[in-house]
Design a protein. Structure first.
Length: 278
């Protein structure tokens, strides 16, 4: 009888100890569930119209001059990485000077990822393309392109160096990705004789190449990573046989023309950025 009581007491003691151990083991997990997870980082997007929504035709507010929208590659990356805080500073029409004065101040010391896509407006890409569309003589278009390329190689490097230095000063620990511009045309493709001539198309492609070369060089000098979109976009440019990732001339929506469309952001820029930033 005494032996039976002793066994019951021991069994009760072991049960109490086991329950206490389980409570201690479970406590950290229970506590973690009650604590908000810390943000994985902060992503700030800087840039011009290529980094926002022109070409997608979908805007947060069509009357907003910055023309931001949900289908641009920075937004898409942020949507795929919800643990990151996201700041969209990019604005259509931005130059390097405007980026420094209006966008860079939105960076902070704890920013972990920055994309920078700027430079096209500094060399007058929009005016150059408009000139090529309206001119009759190929030589006039080529001359305008050569003038823009001269600005890209003479004035743009110092402007980019200054902009990149300000980015690094405001976000000293961030990974910075400098984003380039695609070529627009497939030469000898499906467009035939309509629209611009292949001479004009070739000239405009060379402007993209010059611009990207300058961006890549200055990115390297700053210790940043360059994202080159040309290889990915080339099979999908205007006059290509594949799905087109950039918009052609759209007379009803001039400001949509010659920008990445929905597919260009989703299948062009987004995978390239993901490969570099995770």
């Amino acid at each position: 009888m005494r032996s039976s009581k002793r066994h019951r007491r021991l069994a009760s003691l072991f049960l109490t100890l086991a329950t206490a151990c389980l409570a201690v083991t479970a406590a950290p997990g229970a506590y973690a569930a009650e604590v908000e997870p810390a943000a994985a980082g902060t992503y700030v997007a800087l840039g011009d119209s290529y980094a926002v929504a022109p070409g997608t035709r979908v805007y947060d507010n069509p009357d907003d001059a910055c023309r931001r929208g949900p289908l641009a590659y920075p937004r898409l990356w942020a949507q795929q990485h919800p643990s990151y805080a996201f700041v969209e500073a990019s604005c259509s029409g931005a130059t390097t000077a405007e980026l420094q004065s209006r966008q860079v101040p939105q960076l902070t010391a704890d920013t972990t990822l920055v994309t920078v896509q700027v430079g096209g407006n500094d060399v007058g890409v929009v005016d150059t393309m408009t000139h090529c569309i309206l001119t009759i003589d190929d030589k006039d278009c080529v001359a305008g392109v050569e003038a823009a390329k001269a600005i890209a190689t003479s004035n743009l490097p110092s402007a980019l160096a200054s902009a990149y230095a300000s980015v690094r000063a405001k976000a000293p620990n961030a990974k910075v990705v400098v984003v380039g511009y695609p070529r627009l045309y497939t030469i000898g493709g499906t467009c035939g004789i309509f629209g611009l001539s292949d001479t004009e198309r070739t000239a405009l492609n060379s402007l993209a190449d010059t611009l990207d070369s300058v961006l890549a060089e200055q990115a390297t000098r700053a210790g940043f990573t360059f994202l080159d979109p040309r290889g990915a976009f080339d099979p999908h440019t205007i006059c290509s046989h594949g799905e087109t990732w950039v918009t052609s001339l759209e007379w009803d929506k001039i400001n949509e023309s010659y920008h990445p469309n929905k597919a260009g952001h989703q299948y062009g820029y987004l995978p390239l950025l993901t490969a570099l930033a995770g």
